[in-house]
Design a binder for this molecule. Sequence first.
Ligand code: PMP
Length: 415
Amino acid sequence: MTEVNFHPNLVRFAERTRGMTASEIRALFAVASRPEIVSLAGGMPSIDSLDHASVAEISRHIITDHGGVALQYGGGQGHEPLRDRLVEVMAAEGIPAHADEIVVTTGGQQALDLVAKLFLDPGDIVLAEGPSYVGALGAFASYEADVRQVPMDAEGMRPDLLAEELQALARAGRRPKFLYTVPNHQNPAGVSMSHRRRQDLADLCAREDILILEDNPYGLLDFKAEVRTSLRALVPERVLYIGTLSKILSPGIRVGWIVAPGAVREKLILLKEAADLCQSNLTQMVAERWIATEDWEGQVASFREAYRERCEAMLEELERELPASCRWSVPTGGFFVWVELPKAIDARELLAKALSERVAYVPGAAFYAAEGGENHLRLSFCYPTPERIREGVRRLAKVLRAEIELVDALYGGSQ
Ligand code: PMP
C-alpha cells in the first residue's frame, strides 16, 4: 500500500512546533549508518563491553519469578527498590540523595523534557553552556525557550561571560528560569568543569537565586576513575539533578532519573504520569537486580577502560594526522572530542565531502540554539573499535587537508 497523506486542512500544528524541522544533518545521517562509513558522529555506548549474559539471566529471573509485577503497570514515581539502588549509584560519586526524592524517567532525555515542561513558558530564558547537548536544546526549544549559551573554555562555562550575560538580562528586567550544565565530560565539548568553577558557579547561583539543572550521564566514566564534586553536593537546595543508567548499564533499558525537592517532585510525577503513566516495571526491576547482584562498579570500570583505549586511539591519530591549524579538546573521560577548524571552514558544508570519503561527524552548529560552532565539529570515540577510529580520523584528515588547501588557494589563508 502506498503512504496515505492527510489533506492540509487537517494538519493544523500547534504554534510551538513551528521551529521544529528535521535538519539536513538527519538526511546525511541516513548515509552515515552505511557499513562502509566510519561514524564518529553518534553517541552510542559500547554495548559489546557489557556482560549480556548477566542481563539475560536477570531478565529471565524477573519475568519467571516476578512476572506478575514486572509485566504490570507501576507507580508514577518509579519502582521503590530501584530508587534505593540509584541512591547507591549516586553515592559512588558522593552525590547525596534519598530514594523518596527520586522520580524515575525514560532515560535522562525524558527528565530534560519533563523539567522543561514544568518550568518553561514561551520566551523564558535558559542559560546553558556553549556548546550544549543537542537533546537538551531540542527539549528546551520544544517549549519555546530562549536559550542563552555562555562560551566554555578548558575549565567549563566562563564565569566572567556568565556574569556579563546575567547583567545584560538584569538590565532588560529578565531572570533565567534555570541554568543547564553537564559538568562532567561534557557533551559535546569533552570538558569537565574545574573544582573552582563549580564552587564559583554554585556561589553565583546562590547570590543571584538561579536554579541549576545538573545533567550527569558521564561522571562515572572518568578514565582515571577520578570523582568530581557534583553541584548537588555543593548546593543541594538549588540543584535539580538528572542521572541515567544509559552509559553505565544500557541505553536500551531506558532508565534515567531526577532528584527533586517535594513540591517540584509532586508536579514532575504528575507530568510523568501524563506522558506515559509510568516507567516500564520490567526494565526497572532488571536494572534494580543488576545493581544489587552484579559487580556493577566492575562493569563500569570495564566500560571506562574501553573508552579510555578508544579515546587514546583518537587523540594519537588526531595528533599524527590533523593539520596544525586545527585544535581539539583532550578529554579525561566520557565520549567526545570537540575539534576547532580554521575560521574559514564550515563543518556543516564539509560534511558531504567527509561522507564521500566514508567518515561522519556532527557539525558544531548542531550544539547551538542560535548561531555558533560553525567551524567546529564533534567526534565521538565511544562506539567504533580503535582501528576503525584511527581509520576514520585518517579519512577526516584527508578531507580537512584538501579543504584547507582549497581555502588557502582561494582566499590566501584559512584562519
Ligand atoms: N544528557 C546528555 C548530556 C547526554 O549526552 C545524553 C545522551 N546522549 C542524555 C542526557 C540522555 O541520555 P538517555 O536518555 O539515554 O539517558
